[in-house]
Design a protein around this ligand. Structure first.
Ligand SMILES: CC[C@@H](C(=O)O)C(=O)SCCNC(=O)CCNC(=O)[C@H](O)C(C)(C)COP(=O)(O)OP(=O)(O)OC[C@H]1O[C@@H](n2cnc3c(N)ncnc32)[C@H](O)[C@@H]1OP(=O)(O)O
Length: 340
């Protein structure tokens, strides 16, 4: 019997059997069936691919806020955004389970071009499918975080329909980012302005380097936050402080951000590489340990942040069920550590 496993990326694995009957001399007939078998296998792989794709689309829909029912036209806004290129959003997934996402458009202080908005969405999809992931650090190239939307793009899409679609596109992406089962950190070096300030609020934690600032400059642009940063800011710092930051477009340096609860830590290093190393070390105290447990902790918090209490409690029960009696739990029961 000839049996071979055929593995294709994204499609999965198909098994090809050829079983010639040597005694009855039907080997040749079996080989004649090869095209048929290959067609069957291709169909099975295609079906598998469709199932995986459907599952991913449904997962993305579930985690997103807007769809066609809200008048949201994703394909149309993506096509529009693709017209405004420049910069990139890069992702490196490290073996320690921490991913580094870099906003890379230093010429414009890492402002988001249209293609960068689309790339951010792609990177979030990649992170949703990274089952070994535990943590994420978002930072900007050239020792500054992000100065918001590229104003050249904003000018080109200043009509109402494009504006609404861009707003829903970015809210969907940042909501999915916030709901990743990864502990996320915005490493704020330099300036996080406008949409950049909004992006920091989609992370679990904000760490700031000396001299850095988070500033919701929208009012000065005749705007309010549209990427979900307003709603998230109120939950972080309360209504009064949020109103001061938005209506006054006030600066929040490390000291003020810490006092407001907008940042968790003022890092000692202003140097780009040193600050990234400090952020990694800080995050690793929370990402150390088995991925299943770290991810479960983040899921419990996400549910509690977003759901009414009874729903959050039921979700917590379900997540508890994924780790109870799991490998890390059983191993700890054998080891019986003292928590001194
Ligand atoms: C919905 C829109 C809203 C959102 O998404 O929520 C927004 O984000 S609107 C955008 C809000 N951001 C801004 O308005 C930032 C405007 N820029 C600045 O205030 C300053 O550039 C800075 C960020 C404080 C940096 O100042 P400085 O250190 O003095 O550098 P430069 O000003 O010389 O900047 C270098 C270079 O970068 C260009 N730049 C900076 N930010 C943007 C931007 N958001 N869009 C486009 N270009 C940007 C800046 O113009 C300089 O380029 P040159 O003029 O060609 O030298």
């Amino acid at each position: 019997m000839l049996s071979t496993l055929v593995q294709l990326p994204e499609l999965g694995t198909g098994e090809l059997h050829l079983e010639p009957d040597r005694h009855s001399g039907q080997e040749q007939d079996s080989w004649k069936e090869l095209p048929l078998r290959l067609t069957e296998m291709a169909l099975a792989l295609w079906k598998n691919f469709l199932q995986i794709t459907m599952k991913r689309i449904l997962q993305q829909r579930r985690l997103s806020l807007y769809n066609g029912a809200h008048g949201y036209e994703e394909e149309s806004i993506k096509k529009k955004l693709q017209q405004f290129s420049g910069g990139s959003v890069n992702l490196v997934k490290e073996d320690n389970g921490i991913a580094i996402l870099t906003l890379n458009n230093p010429k414009l202080m890492n402002a988001f071009t249209g293609t960068m908005m689309v790339e951010l969405q792609e990177r979030v999809t990649e992170l949703e499918n990274w089952k070994d992931g535990k943590g994420l650090i978002i930072h900007g190239a050239g020792n500054t975080f992000c100065s918001g939307s590229d104003l050249n793009v904003v000018k080109e899409i200043s009509n109402s329909q494009d504006g609404m679609n861009m707003c829903m596109f970015m809210q969907n992406t940042l909501t999915r980012l916030m709901r990743l089962p990864l502990i996320s950190v915005a490493l704020v070096q330099g300036k996080a302005f406008g949409g950049g300030a909004e992006l920091t609020t989609a992370c679990d934690f904000r760490l700031m380097t000396p001299g850095s600032e988070i500033r919701f400059v929208h009012k000065r642009m005749g705007l309010v936050p549209g990427w979900g940063g307003g709603a998230r800011l109120v939950r972080l710092v309360g209504g009064g402080a949020a109103l001061q930051l938005l209506a006054g477009a006030e600066r929040a340096g490390p000291e003020r951000a810490l006092a407001l609860g907008l940042a968790e830590l003022a890092l000692p290093s202003a140097d780009e590489a040193a600050a990234l190393a400090e952020a990694r070390a800080w995050l690793s105290q929370y990402t150390d340990g088995p991925a299943a447990v770290v991810r479960a902790a983040k899921k419990v918090v996400t549910a509690a942040r977003e759901l009414p209490l009874e729903d959050a409690l039921r979700t917590e029960k379900d997540i508890f069920g994924t780790v109870w009696g799991g490998p890390a739990n059983l191993e700890a029961l054998v080891r019986r550590p003292k928590h001194k």
